[in-house]
Ligand binder design. Structure first.
Ligand code: MLT
Length: 310
């Protein structure tokens, strides 16, 4: 039989795959799986998560960019993959020209966490400890150009310390090694660390936001802990390949917005420390605008830091 042409009016008529460009069990994967569970109900089709990892997420994004623009392969990404990576890698695709923004997803403040046997108990003690090391302490990342890497670079910049980065295929596996004591710290997305912080298997020093987390109010902000103005929240989003029909973008956007508005979904995301976008940020255009603004802000910083591909 001949393959049916992809039609916007019957979309979706088969399962949708979302490519998460980091390891299963990490923060991107966890958020997308919570949303997919709700989106499949609105869309009436399975929403499958495929983890395509490597090179700071740029391999998975590339896979999505090169897929057919029929709405069945979606690109999940964030400030790292859909902004920073453009200043780090020769991507072979253009993050703006080759993608259609669909929807902004929740933001994650970053959290500075270490293995428990680092002697420091507060952020100033941690910075002093990091400065006293003859070899730079090791910091796990999800690869060069990933969220945790940019956050680490920002931390180095505001403190004058030097870190030794250890790239993983996501901060899920990096977190396992932090708990195991193989690496010293991660400047991670809060959602990935909060469970281990609560369990006492790692130590938290500060969240990089102006206000404390509702879900973990005992952790100080960077402002309170001695690094005023060190703020960073990592936003995420969904994109489709350029050329996807506008109706398909609208349908997928509506399904994601329905998930974000669901009280049970909201509750799950809030518990992880994630922050909801405001209602006026939920259009495809708003994501496109934010992405372009963030490219203008971050590319010069990342280039000045001399970040190289892995
Ligand atoms: C992940 O899911 O592993 C992350 O989003 C990684 C990161 O960018 O730090």
């Amino acid at each position: 039989a001949l393959a049916m042409p992809s039609r916007a009016d019957t979309y979706p008529s088969r399962p949708i795959t979302v490519i998460v460009p980091f390891a299963a069990g990490g923060p991107s994967d966890a958020m997308m799986r919570i949303l997919a569970e709700h989106m499949k109900r609105t869309l009436g089709q399975p929403v499958l998560v495929e983890n395509v990892t490597g090179a700071g997420g740029s391999i998975g994004v590339g896979r999505a960019v090169r897929s057919k623009p029929d709405g069945y392969t979606v690109s999940f990404g964030h400030l790292g993959t859909h902004v920073a990576n453009g200043a780090v890698y020769r991507l072979g695709y253009d993050l703006v020209a080759d993608l259609e923004p669909v929807v902004l997803l929740p933001s994650n403040p970053m959290i500075i966490v270490s293995k428990t046997n680092v002697p420091a108990k507060s952020l100033p003690e941690l910075v002093a400890w990091l400065k006293s090391q003859s070899n730079p302490a090791s910091a796990g990342t999800a690869g060069n150009g990933s969220g945790s890497h940019i956050a680490g670079l920002y931390f180095e910049q505001v403190t004058g310390i030097k870190l030794q980065y250890v790239p993983y295929r996501g901060t899920g596996p990096a977190m396992n090694d932090l708990v195991g004591g193989q690496i010293d710290l991660i400047v991670d997305q809060t959602s990935n660390a909060i469970g281990q912080v609560r369990a006492g298997t790692i130590r938290a020093y500060a969240v990089t936001d102006a206000k404390r987390l509702d879900s973990a109010p005992d952790i100080p902000t960077t402002d309170e802990a001695g690094l005023p103005g060190f703020h960073m929240t990592l936003w995420s989003g969904l994109w489709l390949p350029k050329g996807t029909a506008g109706e398909i973008v609208t349908t997928l956007n509506a399904a994601a917005v329905a998930a974000l508005n669901d009280p049970a979904v909201k509750n799950q995301l809030n518990n992880l420390g994630l922050q909801m976008p405001s209602p006026n940020q939920l259009t495809p255009e708003a994501l496109g605008t934010l992405q372009r603004q963030e490219i203008a802000k971050w590319w010069p910083i990342i280039r000045a830091a001399g970040v190289v591909p892995e």
